[in-house]
Design a protein around this ligand. Structure first.
Ligand code: IMP
Ligand code: MG
Length: 185
C-alpha cells in the first residue's frame, strides 16, 4: 500500500490546527467586502495561481458581491542557488487580454516571494488597469525576494502548513482548516 494511503499515518502528520475554518471564513468575508467596495465600474479579474489557491479562490470569489471574472495560471520559478531573480515558467496561462481589468492575484501563501514577484513582473508587462495581490497566508520570515502583498489575511511563523488548498506532496489540500505538518512521523 502507498504509505500516504495509510490513514493512521496520514492523520498523525496533522500536528495541530493553526487557523480554524471559522477564522478563515471571517477573514475572507472581510476581504470580499473590501474588494467589493473598491469596485469602480471597470471589470475585476481574480487570477488564481494554481494549484494551492483553488480553495481560497472559491470562497473569496463567493464573498465578492460585484461583477468579477476568474482566470487561472500555473507558474513555476526556477533558480540557480543564490540568485534571487529567476525565470518564471508559465505552464498554464490566462486566456484574457488583461489590459481592461483591475487584476487581483489570489495566492495561497507567500514564502520566499520568488514565484509571485516573477508573476507580478510578467502581468505588469500586459498593462492591466491595476494589479493587486491578495494572499491567504504570509510567511515573511522566509522571504528571499523583497515582496509584499497588498493584503495578507494571516501572517504565520516559519512552519510548513497544509490544508485549505495547501499540500504536502499533493495530499491534505482538502482539509477545511490550516494545520501544521509533522514531518517527524
Ligand atoms: P515562493 O513564495 O515562491 O517561495 O513559493 C510559494 C509557493 O510555495 C506557494 O504558492 C506554495 O505552493 C508553496 N509553499 C510555500 N510554503 C508552503 C507551506 O508551508 N505549505 C505548502 N506549500 C507551501
Ligand atoms: Mg502555490
Amino acid at each position: 500500500m502507498d504509505e500516504k494511503c495509510n490513514t493512521e499515518l496520514y492523520h498523525s502528520r496533522i500536528k495541530r490546527v493553526l487557523i480554524t475554518q471559522e477564522e478563515i471564513a471571517a477573514a475572507i468575508k472581510e476581504a470580499g467586502e473590501e474588494i467589493s467596495a473598491s469596485f469602480d465600474g471597470h471589470p475585476i479579474l481574480l487570477v488564481s495561481i494554481l494549484k494551492g489557491s483553488f480553495v481560497f479562490l472559491a470562497d473569496l470569489s463567493r464573498a465578492i458581491t460585484v461583477p468579477c471574472e476568474i482566470g487561472f495560471m500555473c507558474a513555476k520559478s526556477y533558480y540557480n542557488g543564490t540568485v534571487s531573480a529567476g525565470v518564471v515558467k508559465i505552464t498554464m496561462d490566462l486566456e484574457q487580454d488583461i489590459s481592461n481589468y483591475h487584476v487581483i492575484i489570489v495566492e495561497d501563501i507567500i514564502d520566499t516571494g520568488r514565484t509571485l514577484s516573477d508573476v507580478v513582473k510578467l502581468l505588469k508587462t500586459r498593462n492591466p488597469l491595476s494589479l493587486k495581490v491578495v494572499t491567504l497566508l504570509d510567511k515573511p520570515s522566509r522571504r528571499i525576494v523583497d515582496f509584499k502583498a497588498d493584503k495578507a489575511l494571516f501572517t504565520i511563523p516559519d512552519h510548513f502548513v497544509i490544508g485549505y488548498g495547501l499540500d504536502c506532496a499533493e495530499y491534505y489540500r482538502n482539509l477545511p482548516y490550516i494545520a501544521e505538518y509533522d514531518a517527524t512521523k
